[in-house]
Design a protein around this ligand. Structure first.
Ligand SMILES: Cc1cc2nc3c(=O)[nH]c(=O)nc-3n(C[C@H](O)[C@H](O)[C@H](O)COP(=O)(O)OP(=O)(O)OC[C@H]3O[C@@H](n4cnc5c(N)ncnc54)[C@H](O)[C@@H]3O)c2cc1C
Length: 438
């Protein structure tokens, strides 16, 4: 059989690194089985992971797996193919009064990608990760068998696949639970905090809020270090499910990276913090603006220039979060080339998936443009993260050292055993899994 593929150079959202790959489409199962047998193979959704987790010599694109298969409005259970995006689901089901129970900060993510990274949203402290709302996964194993895995059937495989970064098989379809809503808007409260201590106290004080996320000024130092705007959200209940069309800007080509320097970053952060004058502001915003502010700028990843960028996202357990964040934020402010948007969220308890990222504590994420000193600097941050029993998120990673990964993810060996038992070790791999020795 002749395999159909397109050879092209691809990259993750951070545009670093580029990889020459054969792109195969996942619609033909018998061809897929042959592709997997060749090895060096990984699934890819919309390529919104920042680093090298969806890069390999053979890439299986799920972009043709775009069908909704079944929906039960009584239970909110949706069965769909794995290449369906969160945007597709919102477009089809919001008008019928349903929304995603967990959503990341972009809707341009596939169901397969959301499960494989076990993504989290602004409500992790209440409801946990995306996998909490996954009832079943239809998985194509490396040996060509198609199995169902869920909390009753092939349980270990289910826990390995949720958060397993595509390393257990190709997710073909999934059953997910949507939640009922009665409005396309969110009641938002914005609370201004003058420093890190006040920011963390505000999170704790408002932990009953359904959604919470803080934008943090990563350039502030001294008594202003950790100053922030905490956004809290509740679904409105005005029985209006009409969605206003979000306005779209575009960054069609790479911006000169010189435009992003310590002065422009400091000026933006200062302005963004000062735009809120009162201690607290109440307003109502549409759902896209609250959950997906960056989606209104297509290809915003071009802002960081030709060399690309990475996002560093870590979590620190609650007990030491303030001390660790104080040190890490201090280092980032000194480094100077942090990002426009730095985001702090509160995580609830960890789940039992082998490689899921969240653990109870605070998670902080910020972008850095690629430059020669960056990886050395991030290794200094790694050391602090490890000292405080934290870890770095695989969906954002492009450079974490293998020993740091193995020291901070404590179920890797169990994950590797499951991979070996289904013959995935030498068949499914990404640049990331090879680098990390998973
Ligand atoms: C602007 C922005 C905001 C974000 N905000 C958040 C956030 O708030 N929370 C959060 O958790 N993440 C967030 N992310 C990360 C993003 O949600 C994840 O990287 C997600 O996995 C991307 O999905 P994708 O479909 O683009 O998958 P890809 O990037 O293509 O792939 C990601 C991983 O999933 C695997 N995969 C994809 N499809 C399948 C499949 N069918 N079967 C098996 N494995 C598969 C790939 O092999 C790879 O390991 C954000 C990303 C961006 C760009």
């Amino acid at each position: 059989m002749v395999l159909n593929f397109i050879a092209m150079k691809i990259h993750g959202w951070g545009k670093y690194p580029y990889q020459e790959a054969c792109i195969h489409h996942a619609s033909n199962h018998s061809e897929l089985r042959k592709v997997i047998q060749q090895g060096n193979c990984i699934a890819r959704g919309l390529g919104r992971s920042y680093g090298d987790s969806a890069l390999s010599a053979n890439v299986i694109s799920t972009q043709q797996l775009r069908y909704f298969l079944d929906f039960n409005p009584k239970t909110g259970l949706l069965i769909c193919e794995s290449g369906v995006s969160l945007a597709d689901i919102i477009d089809a089901f919001l008008p019928r009064g349903f929304f995603l129970a967990v959503t990341p900060g972009t809707k341009f993510v596939t169901i397969g990608g959301a499960i494989a990274s076990d993504v989290h949203g602004k409500n992790h402290h209440h409801v946990g990760c995306f996998s909490e709302f996954v009832e079943n996964i239809e998985l194509l194993l490396p040996n060509g068998e198609i199995v169902n895995c869920n909390r009753q059937q092939n349980q270990e495989l289910f826990h390995a696949t949720c958060g397993g970064m595509g390393l257990t098989g190709i997710i073909l379809a999934a059953t997910i639970k949507l939640i009922p809503i009665t409005s396309s808007t969110i009641q938002q409260r914005t609370i201004k905090s003058a420093n890190l201590n006040a920011t963390l106290a505000a999170f704790h004080e408002h932990k009953e809020a359904t959604y919470s996320v803080a934008w943090l000024d990563c350039t502030a130092k001294g008594k202003h270090l950790g100053r922030s705007l905490l956004m809290l959200g509740e679904h409105a209940d005005d029985n209006n499910l009409v969605r206003s069309t979000p306005r779209n800007l575009n960054v069609p080509f790479n911006m000169p990276s010189i435009m992003l320097n310590r002065y422009s970053i400091r000026a933006f952060n200062h302005f963004y913090y000062q735009r809120i004058k009162q201690d607290e502001v109440h307003d109502r915003v549409n759902l896209d603006k609250f959950f997906y502010p960056l989606d209104s700028i297509s290809q915003w990843n071009n802002l960081y220039g030709r060399k690309g960028f990475t996002q560093y996202q870590f979590v620190i357990p609650l007990e030491d979060a303030e001390m660790a964040l104080q040190k890490i934020l201090g280092k980032i402010a000194d480094y100077g080339n942090g990002s426009f948007l730095s985001v702090l969220k509160l995580f609830g308890k960890a789940n039992s998936n082998y490689l899921s990222f969240p653990q109870e504590g605070f998670t902080f994420a910020l972008d850095f443009k690629m430059e020669p000193t960056l990886f050395h600097f991030l290794e200094q941050l790694d050391r602090l993260v490890q000292d405080y029993n934290g870890r770095v998120y695989l969906a954002k990673d492009v450079r974490m050292p293998a020993d740091f990964f193995h020291a901070t993810y404590n179920k890797v060996e169990q994950f590797q055993k499951i991979r070996a038992s289904i013959g995935a070790t030498d068949k499914l791999s990404s640049l990331q899994s090879t680098r990390l020795g998973i």
